[in-house]
Design a protein around this ligand. Structure first.
Ligand SMILES: Cc1ncc(COP(=O)(O)O)c(C=O)c1O
Length: 412
């Protein structure tokens, strides 16, 4: 090995890491190096007890009175207010509701309806597929059309017809991070609303959505917020738009007085109006436990460590796997990168599967992306070293060419 970073150097960094002890707040299976927190965050230790309490005490004993006595009714706004602090919004600007896809539909539809006389929803080809499908459907329903352009053509495609610009802040494939403030301002310059998908940003990078000019946003609860599989997503709408926005799925829980059982719909004030049906209380309990971990950690410290971990991974791969045929798909500049590193390799699927066999869990995204997420709350510098060591062993042994990996599993 060239005069490079050794495992002992990494252990020394762990010894002085101010976030090192946060790892103890997570359940990490023995022998596993979990580099997939960008897909499904790890389980916080406190979550199981919170969910058991919600099941046994609140549901089991409190029964229906828990809607008021256990704060179930306020949970979507209460958890929303906690997420607001993490994404740099005002507490009254965020609510937790359904999946990201459904939240996106609601926001995009609401945004298009607020822009009479404009008929185009602008987005980029590189956007996550649910965003593209949902945006197209929402546009169709609102009598608008969708304009999908390559990333580098976004600026030129912003014109006076654009009602809404919908972008994912951190690219799920490569980790490329847009400049949220700059692109929101560009949308505003032509009179468009800026809607953001923050799925790979919330809990991963510092955000100031309100000061930076985002009009609306949504994001997953199960990635860096560690809310558990299928955790509900959040919706953010800047407060200046609250009186004008209309929920396209106006269910009874978004009504000003749900229990008045009025024949006609009257929206609640603010973000409560973006609710539709009964909130998923058990999943909200798990999400709240995950979000509460951030009470102990500053986003600035987490970002500092995330950059250090991703920089270290890139340096080690380029040093120790130099001849293995990888190319870096993520931006080298950490200010343009989320909390993941993606490597391109023609045999990427086999490589990811062979790594999983060796306890290093990342994932694969077609066509050729090996994707590794670095959640700074529970990863150590030695984990990065060990992961690259096992990657090197896979490449040297040819384990990734095993015939078992010729066929892709349903979830990659
Ligand atoms: C950018 C982005 N948006 C949305 C989603 C998924 O949304 P949903 O919670 O509806 O499955 C993902 C899932 O990985 C994603 O990466």
């Amino acid at each position: 090995m060239s005069g490079s970073i050794g495992r002992a150097d990494c252990a020394a960094r762990d010894a002085t890491d101010p976030l090192a002890r946060v790892r103890d707040r997570f359940v990490i299976p023995e022998g596993v190096i979990y580099l997939d927190g960008n897909s499904l965050g790890a389980l916080p230790v406190q979550t199981a007890a919170r969910v058991v309490a919600a099941v046994e005490a609140e549901w089991g004993q409190g029964l229906i009175s828990s809607w008021t006595d256990a704060g179930w009714m306020e949970a979507p706004l209460r958890v929303g207010a906690k997420i607001a602090r993490l994404i740099g919004a005002e507490e009254n600007e965020v609510v937790v509701a359904e999946s990201t896809s459904v939240c996106l539909f609601k926001l995009v539809s609401a945004a298009l309806t607020m822009q009479p006389g404009r008929s185009v929803l602008l987005t980029e080809e590189e956007n996550f597929h649910t965003d593209l499908y949902i945006a197209a459907a929402a546009a169709r329903q609102c009598g608008a059309s969708i304009r999908v352009v390559p990333r580098q053509a976004l600026r030129d495609a912003l014109d006076g017809d654009v009602a809404v610009q919908l972008l994912t802040h951190v690219d799920y494939r490569t980790g490329f991070m847009h400049d949220l403030a700059e692109l929101s301002a560009a949308a505003h310059d032509v009179g468009a609303l800026a809607v953001w998908d923050l799925s790979h940003s919330a809990g991963a990078v510092p955000l100031s959505v309100t000061p930076d000019g985002a009009d609306m946003a949504t994001g997953c609860g199960y990635k860096y917020l560690n809310g558990g599989p299928g955790a509900p997503a959040f919706m953010y709408v800047r407060s200046a738009l609250h009186t004008e926005m209309r929920n396209p799925l106006p269910g009874w829980l978004g009504h000003a007085e749900p229990f008045a059982f009025e024949r006609g719909y009257r929206p609640a004030a603010g973000m409560a109006s973006m609710l539709s049906g009964t909130p998923p209380i058990l999943q909200l309990a798990a999400l709240e436990a995950g979000v509460d971990l951030w009470n102990e950690v500053s986003m600035t410290a987490a970002r500092r460590k995330s950059i250090a971990l991703t920089d270290l991974f890139i340096a080690l791969v380029e040093d120790r796997c130099a001849d293995a045929g990888f190319s870096l798909a993520s931006p080298r500049d950490p200010t343009r990168r989320g909390s993941q590193v993606s490597l391109r390799h023609l045999q990427g699927y086999g490589i990811v599967r062979a790594l999983v066999d060796r306890g290093v869990i990342g994932d694969f995204r077609a066509l050729d992306i090996c994707r590794f997420g670095f959640a700074p709350l529970y990863l150590r510098y030695v984990d990065v070293w060990d992961a690259v060591d096992r990657l090197r062993a896979v490449m040297h042994s040819g384990a990734h060419r095993d015939s078992r990996f010729a066929e892709r599993a349903a979830v990659t």
